[in-house]
Design a binder for this molecule. Structure first.
Ligand code: 4NP
Length: 140
């Protein structure tokens, strides 16, 4: 799960998907930017997770690195900007085809960082539905 800062959208997506799959499926998240590396998720993401029974308070932000293409079979990005930033690090067609927008039909999960808590509720809803779809698509 990849977003820009790895503190709002992608940690939530990680927590949501982790809860839906077995422990043998490794789920992780990262950001394309390094601004928040080493910090916990945004308090508003922690809160919306908690409200929905998901604990993401122990996650720490990290930056997406090209080795992630080797370590993961599927890479889900939140918006077009993440898509381009991740693809810029792809080194093969095999890397390239691992990357998809998390929402179907080219929709984006917009950055809720500068808005209010309702943006985080909406983000949660989008990601919860998207993760249900991932579980179906990948037979997890
Ligand atoms: P995220 O949200 O990409 O969903 O983690 C953001 C968090 C921080 C910033 C931008 C987006 N920022 O500019 O600091």
């Amino acid at each position: 799960m990849v977003c820009l800062g790895n503190i709002c959208r992608s940690p939530l997506a990680q927590g949501i998907l982790e809860k839906k799959v077995s422990l043998s499926t490794i789920v992780d998240s990262a950001g394309t930017a390094a601004y928040h590396v080493g910090t916990p998720p945004d308090q508003r993401s922690i809160d919306v997770g908690k409200k929905n029974g998901i604990d993401i308070g122990h996650y720490r932000a990290r930056k997406f690195i090209k080795e992630d293409f080797k370590n993961f079979n599927h890479i889900y990005v939140m918006d077009q900007s993440n898509y381009h930033d991740v693809l810029a690090q792809a080194q093969s067609t095999e890397d390239h085809i691992k990357v998809n927008l998390i929402l179907h039909s080219h929709q984006e999960v917009r950055d809720p960082y500068y808005g209010g808590t309702e943006g985080f509720d909406y983000c949660y809803k989008l990601l919860d539905n998207a993760c249900d779809q991932i579980v179906k698509d990948l037979n997890l």
